[in-house]
Design a protein around this ligand. Structure first.
Ligand SMILES: NC(=O)c1ccc[n+]([C@@H]2O[C@H](COP(=O)([O-])OP(=O)(O)OC[C@H]3O[C@@H](n4cnc5c(N)ncnc54)[C@H](OP(=O)(O)O)[C@@H]3O)[C@@H](O)[C@H]2O)c1
Length: 295
């Protein structure tokens, strides 16, 4: 039995699917019983718990062989990671696959979103649980959240002129499923990237080709980007965190292309061009959510 936290999210959903395709039984942590996806079959046991509520996590971790520990981008995420690991250590000795981010252990740019990964890693070690770390680069899916601005012909980010090897979150999920269902990953750190690193100017060109119009990259200053994010209603913690994240990109710390996906999955990582082509309808469609946050 494998516990997946964040099971309804960008990585969690395809991870539950990938685990079921491999025949694994899954316990999927959800905050709300009403948010259980229709596609979950009898091999998926939904357990209602909250990462902030240590008591609710004990039944969630009880009896599992492995935990995919995915914490949300949240100011409380470090405590949430500790809660899951403490509960796991109390009820057994499951393997923990920790979803972190690119550059873990060597990045020099501070990114507040990643504090939870470090906290989780420290706690797993303190608890003496066997671990594997997955460190993906920025998700290709993030571009879907910029669709309104892209339709207006602008890709505006505080990412400077550095290249980034964005990865498809479905590849991250597939890699996690491989690590969770096969042996030999204890103590390993797998950095997961797309197959190439592209500058945002190059990415704007790809998006323009998909949209059939010119899309121009505008490198924003951190201050201007933060103000624009705050103007969309984003809170200070997330706005500043996003600016830090893109600052890390601008510093060239997300440009490496690794063999993590091909090594784990025996096939190339999916390209950003293929992702954008596949999601052309969503990029072209009139927005239906308030999630869009052009910077
Ligand atoms: N986005 C990127 O480009 C990127 C790149 C590298 C690493 N990462 C890392 O990946 C992680 C995020 O993964 P993701 O993008 O797949 O997440 P996501 O799509 O934002 O989904 C977050 C998940 O966490 C659940 N959740 C939130 N608060 C919770 C709580 N208090 N108790 C229980 N569940 C809770 C959500 O459930 P609900 O459905 O109930 O909201 C959802 O399933 C972060 O650690 C981030 O640093 C992200």
């Amino acid at each position: 039995m494998i516990l997946v936290t964040g099971a309804t999210g960008t990585v969690g959903r395809p991870l539950v699917r990938a685990l079921r395709e491999r025949g694994a039984t899954v316990r999927a942590l959800v905050r709300d019983a009403g948010s259980v996806p229709a596609e979950w079959d009898d091999g998926v046991e939904a357990v209602v718990a909250d990462l902030n509520d240590a008591g609710s996590l004990l039944p969630a971790v009880d009896g599992v062989d492995a935990v995919h520990l995915l914490t949300p981008v949240d100011p409380g995420a470090a405590g949430q990671a500790r809660n899951v690991i403490d509960a796991a250590a109390k009820t057994g000795r499951p393997r923990v696959v920790l979803q972190a981010a690119i550059g873990v252990g060597r990045r020099t740019s501070p990114v507040r979103f990643f504090a939870a990964h470090a906290a989780g890693f420290a706690q797993v070690n303190a608890a003496g649980l066997p671990w594997t770390v997955l460190a993906p680069n920025g998700f290709q899916q993030n571009f879907l959240g910029l669709a309104a601005s892209l339709r207006a012909g602008i890709l505006a980010l505080p990412a400077g002129d550095a290249a980034v090897s964005y990865v498809d979150a479905r590849d991250v999920a597939a890699a996690a499923a491989e690590v969770l269902t096969t042996e030999g990953h204890e103590g390993a750190l797998h950095e997961l990237t797309g197959p190439e690193a592209l500058t945002h100017e190059e990415i704007a060109g790809l998006i323009g080709a998909v949209l059939g119009r010119e899309v121009v990259y505008r490198a924003r200053t951190p201050d201007r980007a933060r103000t624009a994010l705050l103007d969309t209603g984003l809170d200070e913690w997330r706005a500043s965190g996003l600016v830090e994240l893109y600052g890390m990109y601008a510093a060239g710390e997300a440009a490496a292309v690794t063999d993590g996906i091909p090594r784990l999955l025996g096939r190339p990582a999916r390209s950003l061009a293929a992702f954008l082509t596949e999601h052309a309808p969503a990029l072209r469609a009139t927005p239906t959510t308030s999630q869009e946050r052009p910077a």
